[in-house]
Design a binder for this molecule. Structure first.
Ligand code: GDD
Ligand code: MN
Length: 380
């Protein structure tokens, strides 16, 4: 009896090896440059999960260190190892989502592939979730008994506290460690929520919990974040910015997307760049019209590069593609100016409400720039 057997501690029929059973638990291992860590981790999982029908799904974003090849080699001798190789895409959250969607097991765990997460917690998490009373088990570094141990530097620990505090205040998330990348969830639930999740950044758990809007039964479990032995962390300033972007977007009830928000912030920075450049050109004795035009190009160029780094990180243009992108971005923004002035002109009736017409024009221009540049410059 295949189904009855996989949950319990009893061993599989002799004729059917444990590995041949359908997995009850899929462990999603997002990886970028973890070639040294993956084989060790699979060995540790094998030990920690003896008696459980599990599989590991390595979701690798085409790591230059050959993580995919290493994982595939393991898969040839161990059918519990599966590999998804993504090309042209980056993002921890997106990798986790794809891994979850590739699973058919009733339960999925998400875990770092770099040995910083304690795999011996998996059986405890599974036992809790199997009872049917819990939808999501979170391994937390902040709950009584858990610790960031040696895993986080002072600065990181401090930043992580601020990020948690904000998430708890802004989103009413009661998790003690909403940034944790170690959790187990009923696949059905995750699958339901998947269309709402953002693929960028590191915030999959927070995204999952806030998208569920209180419908998940959650339990936390303390754990100690281990120090990284091989390779390095990919959590950088951009990942942090992206996290704050998600907080703001969720706070405003998903009316505006994270992308549009980021685009707006970049646009606002463009205004500062524009004014600074205008000042410099004017000082160099250029006519006002020439200076204003030149300053516009400086601001558009700066906006293009910032959007390419931040807003469209996942569709980043490089080399010749970036040059063509820059030219289409100039074209899009020029039309944006026309849309801006046109709308302002249409609305402008009473000099007392000059600001209303001005703002309407600016918003129209921003919406146009956003829609057109996402369709033309950073098209999928
Ligand atoms: N596929 C894929 N694509 N995997 C990625 C990417 C990516 O773009 N970026 C990171 N990963 C993988 C890493 O290879 C590792 O297995 C895991 O995701 C965690 O990444 P690290 O770069 O090691 O993150 P960290 O240790 O600095 O951050 C940890 O703490 C954060 C909160 O402080 C992680 O547990 C995060 O999940 C957590 O949010
Ligand atoms: Mn790590």
């Amino acid at each position: 009896n295949l189904v009855g057997d996989q949950g319990g501690e009893t061993s599989a029929p002799r004729s059917l090896k444990r590995e041949a059973l359908p997995a009850e638990l899929s462990i999603i291992l997002p990886s970028f440059n973890e070639a040294e860590n993956i084989p060790i981790l699979i060995g540790l999982l094998d030990k920690a999960l003896a008696g459980t029908a599990w599989e590991a799904i390595v979701v690798d974003d085409n790591s230059p260190d050959g993580t995919t090849e290493i994982a595939r080699k393991l898969a040839l001798s161990d059918p519990r190892v599966r590999v998804i190789r993504r090309i042209g895409r980056r993002g921890l959250s997106g990798a986790c989502i794809e891994g979850i969607l590739a699973s058919s097991a009733p339960y999925v765990a998400v875990m770092d592939a770099d040995l910083q997460h304690d795999e011996t917690l998996l059986p405890k998490m599974l036992a809790e979730i199997r009872t049917g009373d819990i939808d999501l088990m979170v391994a937390s570094r902040k709950v009584e008994g858990g610790t960031v141990g040696e895993g986080l530097s002072k600065v990181r620990a401090w930043g992580s506290n601020i990020a948690n505090g904000l998430a708890q205040k802004l989103l009413n998330v009661t998790l003690s460690d909403p940034m944790s990348g170690f959790f187990m969830v009923r696949r059905e639930k995750a699958e339901e929520l998947a269309p709402k999740l953002s693929p960028q950044g590191f915030k999959i758990l927070l995204d999952l919990v806030s998208s569920a809007a209180g419908t998940l039964k959650i339990k936390e479990l303390p754990f100690t974040f281990r120090e990284r032995q091989h390779g390095e962390s990919k959590l950088d300033t951009l990942v942090t910015l992206d996290y704050f972007g998600l907080l703001l977007a969720k706070y405003f009830g998903d009316i505006v997307s994270v992308r549009f928000l980021m685009f707006g912030l970049v646009g606002a920075s463009g205004l500062v760049v524009h004014l600074a450049a205008l000042r410099v050109f004017l000082l160099s004795d250029m006519s006002f019209n020439m200076s204003q035009t030149a300053a516009s190009f400086v601001a558009m160029t700066s906006n293009f590069f910032l959007n390419n780094q931040l807003t469209y990180r996942d569709r980043r243009l490089r080399g010749l593609g970036a040059l063509i992108g820059l030219l289409t971005f100039y074209a899009v923004c020029s039309v944006g100016v026309l849309a801006n002035v046109g709308v302002a002109n249409l609305i402008y009736a009473d000099p007392a409400y000059w600001w209303f017409a001005g703002a309407a024009g600016a918003i129209m221009g921003a919406v146009w720039n956003y829609a057109a540049s996402s369709a033309l410059t950073w098209r999928k």
